[in-house]
Design a protein around this ligand. Structure first.
Ligand SMILES: Cc1cc2nc3c(=O)[nH]c(=O)nc-3n(C[C@H](O)[C@H](O)[C@H](O)COP(=O)(O)O)c2cc1C
Length: 343
């Protein structure tokens, strides 16, 4: 390189070096901010739980029981650990004297009622949980209890026909029939159907149209079992029955600086949602599976599936064909009052 060129290039190199150093410093600051905010507010860290912390914990634990109740091969006496966790958090909620008419709190009590009902109908004794439920019902009082025991259903039932017909209905009906399906028929899924759904998901918006996503379509049974075994989003038979698994990732190489650090998750989340709707539209049953894994597990999944180090795992999606009849957890939703604020 001659001197003239070096003189022109050097300032650029220096400027780039300074820029990169500033970005790195700011990135560290942002990560520290994320660290402080997360460790201050998320329920795994708070010493004195807030109302929101307890609502979240209640939902987490009752949903686990709800999933068990919607299992076609329900095992009596299931969910011992989840029940203990749920009872503990309901007691915390009661002791904090948070609102008795909270939808999530009441949903949890409803799930306990369903759990006890199921076991009583099958002559299976569950005295401990029955006692804990009675304590909660006494706390709620007679009026509230009367209202509650009327219409509770821990799961919803659909026929395959209903679901398939819903895809051409108005959007609100379409939305109501897109449900997480964890039990599939043994019928093979045609990979072209999955490809068609992925093709539809291409229309997902992304920051500056960067489209940072990738989709891994796993068809090999051993790879699926190994990857989902690390991920642990489905248990027992539900996991061993999975024949098609999608893994959505986004590539960090598509993003610029410190301020974009969350975009891989936002774009990846949006893409995954469109993909879920597209799978539903194509008549395929699917369930999103959590990505709450340790770094060690992330690395292990990447090794099993051969995913690049620059990619973030966003979502696992199990896919299958609908059975003629399906049972899914009710998964009660909040009301607008619970989360919309006008300013
Ligand atoms: C990011 C994400 C992670 C999820 N992880 C799991 C999981 O690991 N196992 C599971 O059975 N369901 C999982 N679900 C499904 C939720 O439980 C389900 O979406 C929720 O209860 C609402 O029910 P619905 O999808 O039927 O409307 C997940 C959903 C999302 C969006």
């Amino acid at each position: 390189m001659n001197r003239e060129k070096l003189e022109i290039l050097l300032p650029v190199l220096i400027i780039n070096f300074i820029k990169r150093s500033i970005y790195k410093f700011r990135l560290l600051n942002y990560f520290m901010y994320d660290y402080r905010q997360y460790s201050k507010h998320s329920f795994g860290f708070t010493r004195k739980p807030t109302y929101e912390n307890l609502r979240a914990k209640i939902t987490l634990h009752y949903h686990s029981i709800e999933k068990g109740l919607s299992n076609i091969n329900v095992r009596l006496g299931f969910g011992e650990k989840a029940l203990k966790n749920l009872v503990h958090v309901l007691e915390e909620y009661k002791n904090c004297e948070f609102p008795k008419d909270d939808k999530r709190y009441l949903s949890a009590i409803n799930i306990l009622i369903s759990y006890v009902d199921l076991h009583e109908k099958n002559n299976y004794d569950v005295p401990w949980i029955k006692g804990k439920l009675t304590e909660q019902l006494n706390y709620l009082g007679e009026n509230q209890t009367k209202k509650m025991t009327k219409n509770h259903m821990p799961y919803r039932e659909f026929t395959k026909k209903e679901i398939i017909e819903s895809v051409n209905k108005p959007f609100d009906e379409f939305l109501k029939h897109r449900v997480s399906v964890r039990d599939y028929s043994t019928e093979e899924v045609d990979v072209n159907q999955i490809n068609d759904a992925i093709e539809m998901a291409i229309r997902t918006p992304s920051v500056c149209n960067r489209q940072p996503w990738k989709v891994y379509v796993l068809k090999n049974y051993d790879t699926i079992q190994k990857a989902s075994g690390v991920q642990k989003g489905l248990n027992g038979e539900r996991r061993t029955n999975v024949r098609n698994l999608l893994i959505v990732t986004t590539d960090i190489s598509y993003f610029a600086n410190d301020k974009e650090r969350n975009e891989p998750f936002i774009d990846g989340g949006l893409f995954s949602m469109t993909l879920l709707y597209a799978l539903h539209y194509k008549g395929l049953a699917a369930c999103s599976l959590n990505n709450s894994m340790s770094n060690k597990d992330f690395k292990e999944v990447k090794r099993i599936v051969n995913i690049r180090s620059s990619e973030r795992l966003i979502m696992f999606i199990s896919v299958g064909k609908y059975s003629d009849k399906l049972i899914v957890p009710t998964s009660t939703r909040d009301s607008l009052d619970d989360f919309v604020e006008y300013r």
